[in-house]
Design a protein around this ligand. Structure first.
Ligand code: ADP
Ligand code: MG
Length: 400
């Protein structure tokens, strides 16, 4: 177990410079933030530190500027947005290291927040340069890593900084968001209440093979949907028409089916169309009756019913990946039905966890997001955790 910010006595924070790595990597178009979810998710920790009277120095990356300053990836608009959410002025330093940063920290009063410019404007961040990590570690003896979305990468502003702070005798702890993500995606699944059901969908098997392998021995049921199911259909010798299939994963799908036996469920019917486009005419067919010109866009109504029932009967559910092309209304029904079933289950005290960007968006679209036990803020990092991997951003922290 790792030390958490919530383990630290608040009286120890007053007046102290605290470095916080958060994930403020939000989409910005023409200087406007189009989705502020990650900023809002960071607020818990920032507010706690500010309220406790810490002098808060925030590090984050945005986009992939590849080690040089690129104005379109500046965090300046995020500082303004943070100010509004926090209800107090957030200072901004136009660099992430150096004399300007040190001077800005000197000016911080108790409870003040300073946001540094994009850490990835420096080539040393993604290359995990120990000198860059040390330069940051000189600024404070307390580092809070709250960047769950970046925790699967070993970068100077994540694991490098944690190690450097600890090497100097300081502490590196998990922020409130990171602590919560670990509680749900790692701890809760160690010894889950049963039945334990995983619902996996999305575009590709290849990106989720490790998750399937890690979950298979633990689950009572693994419900497959999305385009991923098509590759399994091919492994069964079924026609999939013009649907998305990963030809090079068909053998792997066959092996997984052998290993899983009855615990692996595949759709029994599908929603198909000539094209995957909005407004197209769709048909429902049994999985044995997909035609050579068809494209599978969603699970069918019988599958929806079967899967929803399994979800409602479960005590623990993990869901990653939509059941169909949910961005298009005529192929969204399967995903929405799963989202609703999961919300109903959560209302009845089932632990329901959504890991991954698109499934979280689907729960929002279905209007049930606030009823789900936990929706992860990190796509790649949550997949790594579900696959049983340890994250550098976590292993580098101080032991509890
Ligand atoms: P997540 O982000 O939840 O992990 P993925 O990124 O793996 O999910 O997959 C999401 C994408 O999969 C969505 O954009 C969705 O449109 C697509 N998808 C789901 N089902 C199908 C299908 N039958 N055919 C084509 N694409 C699909
Ligand atoms: Mg995705």
């Amino acid at each position: 177990m790792k030390k958490n910010l919530s383990d630290i006595d608040r009286s120890r924070l007053r007046g102290r410079v605290v470095l916080v790595r958060t994930d403020l990597n939000v989409p910005v178009e023409d200087g406007r933030i189009t989705d502020d979810q990650r900023i809002r998710a960071s607020m818990l920790t920032l507010r706690l530190l500010s309220d406790a009277g810490a002098r808060v120095v925030v590090l984050s990356h945005m986009g992939r500027p590849k080690g040089q300053p690129r104005p379109e990836f500046s965090l300046a608009p995020v500082a303004d947005h943070l100010s509004r959410l926090l209800g107090r002025t957030v200072a901004f330093a136009s660099s992430a290291v150096g004399s300007e940063v040190r001077a800005a920290i000197e000016n911080l009063e108790e409870g003040d927040v300073l946001l540094l410019e994009n850490t990835r404007f420096l080539p040393g961040d993604t290359s995990n340069d120990p000198e860059l990590a040390s330069a940051w570690a000189e600024l404070s003896d307390l580092f809070v890593n709250d960047a769950f979305g970046a925790a699967h990468r070993a970068h100077a502003s994540t694991s490098g900084l944690a190690e450097a702070v600890i090497a100097r005798g300081g502490e590196a702890v998990a922020g409130l968001l990171l602590e919560r993500e670990l509680r749900y995606l790692a701890d809760a699944l160690q010894d889950p209440d049963r039945p334990f059901v995983a619902v996996l969908g999305g575009a590709k098997i290849s990106g989720k093979i490790d998750v399937i392998s890690a979950l298979l021995p633990k689950v009572d049921g693994l419900l497959i949907g999305g385009a991923m199911a098509n590759t399994f259909f091919r492994a069964m010798g079924l026609e999939t028409g013009n649907s998305l299939v990963e030809e090079d994963r068909i053998d792997m799908a066959r092996d997984l089916m052998g290993e899983a036996g009855e615990r692996l469920l595949l759709p029994v019917d599908c929603v198909v169309a000539d094209e995957i486009e909005s407004g197209v005419e769709t048909r429902v067919v049994a999985r044995e009756s997909v035609g050579p010109g068809d494209r599978i866009g969603d699970i069918g109504p019988e599958t929806r019913r079967l899967y929803a029932q399994r979800v409602r009967d479960a005590r623990t559910v993990v869901w990653n990946g939509p059941m169909g092309v949910f961005e298009i209304d005529v192929f969204a029904e399967g995903t929405i039905e799963i989202a609703r079933a999961l919300a109903d289950a959560c209302d009845a005290d089932t632990l329901g966890i959504i890991g991954g960007g698109d499934s979280g968006a689907a729960a929002e679209k279905a209007g049930v997001a606030d009823r789900i036990s936990h929706i992860s803020t990190g796509g790649g990092a949550s997949l790594e955790l579900l696959a049983g991997a340890s994250l550098p951003g976590v292993t580098s922290l101080t032991d509890a």
